[in-house]
Write a new protein. Structure first.
Length: 214
């Protein structure tokens, strides 16, 4: 089952270098093309997306429904998005929940992170907890298990995921992950009575990575 529609949000730090910004914007534009997402459904906290993206002002996410997919493109770490690093007294999950709530998000079927390392530890679980506290409903969260690089042809992007492996001799090398090892998906807090996209139903138990996801 396909999602009703796809929304895209870019979180970009103003202090990022030109190359860091290019990585994010190249990826975000590829996904906007892939899902035919119009500017009215593509938002960014900083300028840089040209006519394809709209500034994330006000509450533009209030139109997102439980049958929709939200893609978040950002530089990431295991416990936060680097663009939302300013409030050091709060966690990365708290900061992202606050940003999405302020932008009008109240429900969504899937949040798919195009960000490095965000699925490796407990960020997704922590974000579900914050959503629940703040009244945001979500069906599923998906995050990558290593460093992510957008590859593929124009309008047909995919992510190559790598992790650093340590050798017995003390050296290290990057290993490319394949299949279900690339990501981590958890089910969210959406009530069973709520009609949402059924793409992932039957594939998971709580906090278990899935084998067939997009």
């Amino acid at each position: 089952m396909k999602w009703r529609t796809t929304w895209i949000v870019v979180f970009q730090a103003a202090k990022d270098s030109a190359s860091e910004k290019e990585i994010i914007w190249s990826s975000a534009k590829q996904y906007a093309l892939k899902y035919h997402a119009p500017p009215a459904q593509c938002f960014a906290n900083e300028d840089g997306g040209g006519k394809m993206f709209t500034k994330l002002d006000g509450t533009p996410l209030k139109g997102v429904q439980g049958s929709d997919k939200l893609i978040i493109v950002a530089h990431g770490a295991v416990d936060h998005l680097t663009a939302l690093k300013g409030f050091m007294s709060s966690t990365g999950a708290v900061r992202l929940c606050r940003a999405l709530f302020d932008a009008g998000l109240r429900e969504v079927g899937l949040i798919s992170f195009k960000a490095c390392h965000i699925g490796q530890q407990n960020f997704l679980e922590d974000l579900i907890a914050e959503f629940t506290k703040n009244g945001i409903l979500v069906g599923w969260l998906k995050g990558y298990m290593g460093a992510a690089a957008t590859v593929g042809s124009r309008g047909k992007p995919t992510e190559q995921i790598t992790i650093e492996m340590h050798d017995e001799d003390g050296g290290a090398h990057d290993e490319v992950l394949h299949g279900q090892r690339r990501w981590w998906i958890i089910n969210g807090n959406m009530p069973a009575t709520k009609s949402v996209g059924g793409r992932y139903k039957g594939y998971f138990t709580e906090s278990v990575g899935l084998t067939e996801v997009v």
